[in-house]
Design a protein around this ligand. Structure first.
Ligand SMILES: C[S@@+](CC[C@H](N)C(=O)[O-])C[C@H]1O[C@@H](n2cnc3c(N)ncnc32)[C@H](O)[C@@H]1O
Length: 326
């Protein structure tokens, strides 16, 4: 059994026992029909339970009905999906995670781009749909090592920085915690790695058109907002595009460490002066209008910038005050 999985609760190692994984705190993750069930939490969000329920009833016809979405817009499914895969910028030896892989419609394309050194982890929260994916993919031969498991896209059973690429398409809108899903994708992705996610979204400027209203009536998922506010602070080179008739978005970004860096410390020329940092951190209490007008006059006369004048005057006054008290 695969040793790469860790506890989705706290990333502690998993012990493999007969037909189950057990984490350091004794939590059990059963393995049924060779598929580890690493879904956490046990009490899932209502929205995830609804997804599980929907796919339990509809997994068998998912592949029959899905092409309709592409036909509606007269676009070719393979070509549209390839745009997503291209955004991943895959290398043959990459370790790739796909969450919410469904019946494997993108998984196959990803697997075809990896070689024997590559690894592909395919996960879904619905057992019924994952089993269809497994059956379909196991009829074909692929070069990379492929692993399937049941898991929640926002509690990933992997250690930090394991993957080169993380991919998700089609389920994010209904994830019970979208922010956590992004945090988790970034956690398991190496710095320098890349993430691509997408789902339905009727662009706001089309919502009042016939095009928008008719489509949102048939599929209310088009009404979901873009998840931009959930993007992690270490996302760089973020690109947002719409495809499949312009009603599905995909976001691609590179993963870096922490916040973006910038130089806050050079002197800014001009009347106000100061640096970005001193302007932000050096704010003082307000003063009366009269005092402000005097300050402005004195500062202008001095020929210094406002920041430099204040810095000098306040330092001088503060030093004198402190010396008085000694
Ligand atoms: C519309 S399907 C897309 C499947 C596949 N990615 C595709 O493009 O055909 C959405 C998938 O997301 C899965 N899903 C929904 N909520 C999930 C969650 N919290 N964690 C992981 N997968 C989830 C569903 O079970 C379903 O297979």
């Amino acid at each position: 059994m695969n040793k790469k999985y860790v506890s989705p609760i706290d990333q502690s190692p998993l012990r493999f026992e007969k037909n189950q994984f057990v984490d350091s705190k004794g939590n059990i993750f059963p393995i049924r029909d060779g598929i580890p069930n690493l879904i956490f939490p046990k009490n899932l969000d209502k929205s995830d339970l609804e997804s599980i329920d929907w796919y339990k009833k509809n997994a068998n016809c998912y592949d029959d009905y899905l092409p309709m979405t592409f036909d509606t817009f007269g676009v070719n499914e393979d070509e549209e999906r390839q745009k997503l895969i291209d955004a991943l910028k895959l290398k043959e030896n990459h370790k790739v995670l796909e969450t919410g892989c469904g019946t494997g419609r993108d998984s196959e394309k990803i697997a075809n781009q990896l070689n024997e050194d590559g690894e592909l982890y395919l996960q879904d929260i619905s057992e019924e749909i994952l089993k269809i994916g497994i059956e379909k993919l196991s009829k074909k031969s692929f070069k990379p090592h492929i692993e399937f498991s049941l898991a929640n896209g926002y509690f990933l059973p992997f250690e930090n920085n394991y993957f080169d690429r993380v991919f998700h398409f089609g389920g994010l809108n209904t994830f019970g915690d979208i922010k956590r899903a992004f945090t988790e994708m970034v956690r398991v992705c190496k710095p320098g790695g890349r993430i691509v996610v997408g789902d339905e979204n009727m662009p706001v400027w089309l919502r009042e058109t016939e095009f928008g209203k008719v489509l949102m009536n048939s599929n209310p998922h088009y009404k979901y907002d873009l998840p931009l506010k959930h993007l992690p602070i270490n996302a760089r080179n973020v690109k947002l595009e719409w495809f499949i008739g312009g009603v599905f978005y995909f976001i691609s970004f590179d993963v870096d460490n922490g916040e973006p860096k910038a130089n806050f410390d050079f002197k800014i020329p001009g009347e106000r002066g100061g640096t970005h940092r001193s302007r932000y951190y050096g704010k003082l209490e307000g003063v009366s209008k009269e005092a402000l007008s005097l300050v402005n006059k004195a500062q202008k006369k001095s020929g210094k910038s406002r920041h430099d004048w204040l810095e000098d005057v306040l330092k001088k006054a503060a030093t004198e005050e402190l010396e008085k008290k000694k």
